[in-house]
Design a protein. Structure first.
Length: 148
């Protein structure tokens, strides 16, 4: 329905419509299937998940979730610095995004930066709701870090 209505609008603007049609189709394909990257992620196809996340970022650069998902894929691919950059961007968009704070801490841990790991995990707990699914794991990690 949406595609037909948009096609009619584009046909009404012949010159512009021809130039926009491929871009609009690409946009709608991604907008109508926002979970495609998550499907690839669930199948452990990190590279394809990352491709879809990069596309999602191009379509909506202010999406904290797209930056987070991109970082998660990079983390799985062991691109820890790239993951860190994505998590930082997600936190620039939403400074209280607990999942991004936790993942940022994990990236720092992989890079061997204990102080930053601890700070990120503490911030994650500060921002997270009481029923945050990662709360107990982050609390346990912090206990271990505090003993070091």
């Amino acid at each position: 329905m949406v595609l037909r209505g948009l096609s009619a609008v584009l046909r009404g603007l012949p010159a512009i419509g021809r130039r926009l049609r491929p871009h609009v189709a690409h946009f709608l394909e991604n907008e109508l299937d926002p979970g495609r990257a998550k499907v690839h992620f669930g199948r452990s196809d990190w590279a394809r998940a990352l491709e879809d996340d990069v596309q999602a970022i191009k379509l909506n650069p202010q999406s904290r979730e797209a930056h987070y998902d991109s970082g998660a894929a990079r983390l799985k691919m062991k691109d820890f610095r790239g993951a860190l950059a994505d998590f930082v961007r997600a936190l620039e968009i939403d400074p209280r995004y607990a999942d991004a704070w936790g993942a940022r801490g994990t990236a720092h841990a992989q890079l061997g930066d204990t102080d930053q790991t601890r700070a990120c995990y503490e911030k994650a707990l500060e921002c997270a709701p009481a029923d945050w699914p990662y709360r107990s794991a982050v609390e346990r990690a912090l206990e271990v870090l505090r003993k070091k």
